[in-house]
Design a protein around this ligand. Structure first.
Ligand SMILES: Cc1ncc(COP(=O)(O)O)c(C=O)c1O
Length: 333
């Protein structure tokens, strides 16, 4: 008999302050890495599968296919194992070995594409492969996190509620953009409730989602080499782009200064808080959503050789610079 489906809400209420992160306002992180599969994606995975079941598209024993650079794959593998669905995950060389092993351990089949698409990323290559599989076997179900309304819907129903009822109304809310599911769901909540919170959408330089030129990116999680269909560029949020070298610096800074090992996109989002510091009024409460923790980035963001090869030795040596009260801490400001 299948395991009873046991992921209930309640994991999403971990909020942590980073004292003196920026002087003048308080900065907090929402630790989504404490979800049972280690990331915020469990919410989207569960909602997409349960919506498809409710619509009769998915039945016990169905086969699913999905494109993912890591966390959604792990989350879907977990949901599918518990619900008895077969799962094929299409990923790319930016996904880390830890995530691939995690997916396989949960019973998923993993296919890695290696050809870059015309924008220099892998997303289109992954999607092309999925179209090929669907053409061969139309009974396979593609949930497609880039178009599926259950993805933002999950964040409207859970992430936003956890923030506004569990934490309270932040003055500023910083959200990383991958599929944009988190951003779109939380933005919709703010629109419906007329909360005064200002939302900042954060992406990686080299991503095309905000309409900028494509470029090479190394760190999975944020960014896209084609614009996600669910993204609405006219939503009520500011947009900030962060270079990956700043992501690495920030992750390492937070690890050494706060003893908190965060994932790559958390570093990107916190770098955006620093970048926006002059726009944020003194005394404000700032919340940044941290999609995952840093353990699955030990071989990349936190590995000196990996960092030196991609960003040069200065990024490595400049990373340990104390909190905002440290007068030598200029490069991060
Ligand atoms: C590490 C990481 N960063 C960023 C995101 C972005 O989330 P979204 O796809 O909702 O935009 C995710 C999604 O789970 C993630 O796992």
């Amino acid at each position: 008999m299948r395991a009873h489906w046991a992921y209930e809400m309640g994991w999403g209420h971990a909020f942590l302050e980073l004292p003196d992160f920026v002087l003048g306002f308080s900065t907090h992180v929402k630790l989504e890495g404490l979800n049972p599969t280690g990331s915020i994606k469990l919410k989207a995975a569960r909602a997409m599968v349960e919506n498809a079941e409710a619509d009769g598209i998915l039945k016990p024993g169905s086969r699913l296919i999905e494109s993912t650079s890591g966390n959604l794959g792990i989350a879907l593998a977990s949901v599918c194992a518990a619900k008895g669905h077969r799962l094929t995950l299409v990923t790319d060389p930016n996904a880390n070995e830890y995530s691939l092993r995690f997916m396989r351990a949960l019973g998923a089949e993993v296919i890695t594409v290696t050809a870059r698409d015309p924008n220099g990323g892998f997303l289109q290559s992954r999607i092309d492969l999925i179209h090929g599989v669907l053409a061969e076997d139309p009974s396979v179900v593609w949930l497609n996190q880039y178009t599926n309304p259950a993805n933002p819907g999950a964040h409207l129903d859970s992430t936003a509620v956890e923030i506004f009822q569990g934490f309270g109304e932040p003055d500023w809310l910083f959200i990383g953009v991958g599929t944009s599911g988190t951003l779109m769901g939380v933005t919709e909540y703010v629109r419906r409730t007329r909360a005064a919170t200002r939302i900042v959408a954060v992406d990686t330089l080299g991503s095309v989602t905000f309409g900028e030129a494509p470029g090479r990116r190394w760190i999975p999680g944020l960014g896209a080499s084609r614009r996600p269909e669910i993204f609405d560029a006219h939503g009520a949020f500011d947009k900030v782009l962060i270079e990956e070298r700043e992501t690495v610096l920030m992750c390492r800074h937070v690890a050494r200064s706060y003893g908190l090992l965060l994932g790559g996109s958390s570093g990107t989002v916190l770098a955006a808080v620093r970048a926006m510091r002059n726009s944020i009024a003194s005394g404000s409460t700032v919340l940044a959503i941290s999609p995952d923790l840093g353990d699955r980035y030990l071989d990349s963001v936190y590995d000196d050789d990996w960092v030196t090869r991609r960003f040069g030795p200065t990024v490595r040596t400049h990373a340990n610079r104390g909190t905002d009260t440290d007068p030598t801490n200029t490069a991060l400001t």
